[in-house]
Design a protein around this ligand. Structure first.
Ligand code: A3P
Length: 312
């Protein structure tokens, strides 16, 4: 697993070095009304992305930043590589030369052309909302695993992350951050809008939704369901290997190899309900009211079990 992470580490390290030389107001740019980090995204690549050709057997992971995308991304990649070992494709799948940064929207405008050379099955992550994804993903019926996390923990995780990482904006206080989060002034936009937009696809048969919380509760079951959804045909023993390698502890210990220095910031607590350490009564009231207004009656909103994970 470690060989093919070199590209990831190189891109993240470069973003951190570049950001050190930038003024705070240069760190983000807006595209179609949503903010993105200048160090890793650019409008030319977004334009080129529109004509990206998805394959029916592509393996997509969609998740808003801080919902556990690196975690579930590792699970998916591990499942696909383990499955590929069943036949000869394995060597080319693990070929570092063919490596691209796993997040679809991160990279240069030529990336999508290079991706045509990647062998199947390609594992592709994205933080983008569905209306900003290339249309071929839906028309070619590629399967998507949609990862959701309770909004209070997403905000909490994002707050710690953005303040520790040079390419992202810094906030003087949790209060300032919370205001920006609720107004959608975040890289990749508003989380509430993110869930609302994906809710329009809640009944798509090519989309499986999983929550961070259910994976925390029963990782073995979640990994098995993911493997079945993508029809990867793994043995129970192989599934168990993926489960073992994806514990918070195992990933944190291995993070130097998989994520470089970025791993120290990424693998923070890995738990549920850390929001209780930051949310005051006012923050709770505002988030509860926003959730109630926009998501509580939706299919994905119900999947989040807000009453269990977000109520005091
Ligand atoms: P916390 O900041 O709450 O600890 P993303 O990868 O989308 O940026 O999400 C990061 C969050 O996922 C962080 O949450 C991180 O600790 C958590 N995470 C990473 N690996 C994990 C694992 N193996 N198990 C549980 N949580 C994990």
């Amino acid at each position: 697993m470690s060989k093919h992470r070199n590209k990831f580490i190189a891109v993240v390290d470069k973003a951190m070095t570049d950001a050190e030389k930038m003024a705070p107001e240069e760190l983000m740019f807006s595209y179609k009304g949503i903010l993105y980090p200048t160090t890793v995204c650019n409008p030319e690549a977004f334009k080129a992305l529109e004509s990206f050709e998805a394959r029916k057997d592509d393996v997509f992971l969609a998740g808003y930043p801080k919902s556990g995308t690196n975690w579930v991304g590792q699970i998916l990649t591990d499942l696909v590589l383990t499955s590929a070992k069943h036949n000869e494709e394995y060597d080319s799948l693990d070929d570092e030369e063919l490596e691209e940064f796993p997040y679809l929207e991160v990279g240069d405008a030529e990336k999508y052309q290079r991706m045509t050379n990647l062998p199947s099955r390609r594992v592709i992550f994205t933080h983008l909302r569905p209306e900003n994804l290339p249309a071929s993903i839906f028309s070619n019926k590629a399967k998507i695993l949609l990862l959701l996390r309770n909004p209070k923990d997403v905000a909490t995780s994002f707050y710690h992350f953005t303040n520790k990482l040079a390419p992202l904006p810094s906030f003087k206080s949790w209060d300032d951050f919370f205001t920006a989060f609720m107004n959608g002034q975040m890289p990749w936009g508003s989380y509430i809008d993110y869930v609302s937009e994906w809710n329009k696809h809640a009944d798509d048969e090519n989309i499986m939704t999983i929550t961070y919380e259910e994976l925390k509760e029963n990782r073995a079951l979640g990994v098995k369901q993911i493997s079945e959804f993508f029809e990867l045909n793994l043995t129970n023993e192989e599934i168990q290997g993926v489960v073992d390698r994806s514990s918070f502890q195992a990933m944190k210990e291995n993070s130097e190899k998989t994520h470089g220095a970025f791993g120290n910031v990424l693998f923070r607590k890995g738990g549920v309900s850390d929001w209780k350490s930051l949310f005051t009564e006012d923050h709770n009231r505002e988030m509860d009211a926003t959730f109630e207004e926009h998501l509580s009656e939706t299919k994905l909103g119900r999947k989040l079990k807000y009453g269990v994970y977000c109520k005091v």
